[in-house]
Design a protein. Structure first.
Length: 171
């Protein structure tokens, strides 16, 4: 008998001012590193998108772990106005190989926004169909910093690792 899995999506507003460093906002890079470490241990997966000062995130995994992680995010001072968009039980994961996949606003996401009459990224106004469409696009999109904090990564000196070394050497 399989354990009950939950998929939860939420929107929140960033409380920090953007500081792009090597192609990704610095605070978002910190969130990703922490999420990837924690989520791997908790058997969680998902995707994170940051754009226009907003976060859109999907968490999936065991219900208790998803709920615990969401509560912790709600206490994180980097997020405000946190709002659950969807939450439901699922039989299989969309992001089984990702403790936390990151996607910048790129061509697929821009296409979805345009098709749904959105001029800017604002996850608070996404309907269920748009969320599903966005999640499906996230599954097939490329994470530009895929190795940042991912357990089991064996790529030693690729562009993502080099970016990460440059990012932390400036701290």
């Amino acid at each position: 008998m399989s354990k009950l899995l939950t998929r939860l999506t939420y929107a929140s507003t960033a409380t920090f001012k953007g500081n792009i460093n090597g192609g990704i906002e610095s605070e978002v890079a910190r969130i990703l590193l922490q999420s990837r470490r924690n989520n791997s241990k908790a058997k969680l997966g998902g995707v994170l998108h940051y754009g226009e000062g907003y976060f859109f995130q999907c968490l999936e995994g065991p219900r208790d772990q998803v709920n615990e992680t969401y509560k912790r995010i709600g206490l994180d001072e980097r997020h405000s106005d946190i709002q659950i968009l969807t939450s439901h039980n699922v039989e299989k994961r969309m992001f089984k190989n990702w403790s936390m996949k990151y996607l910048p606003l790129e061509e697929n996401l821009n296409r979805i926004l345009k098709q749904n009459g959105q001029k800017k990224f604002n996850p608070y106004i996404f309907d269920n169909n748009m969320i599903e469409e966005l999640l499906k696009a996230c599954v097939t999109s490329i994470d530009p910093i895929a190795d940042l904090g991912q357990e089991g990564s064996n790529k030693k000196d690729n562009a993502q690792t080099s970016w990460w070394k440059r990012f932390w050497s400036k701290k």
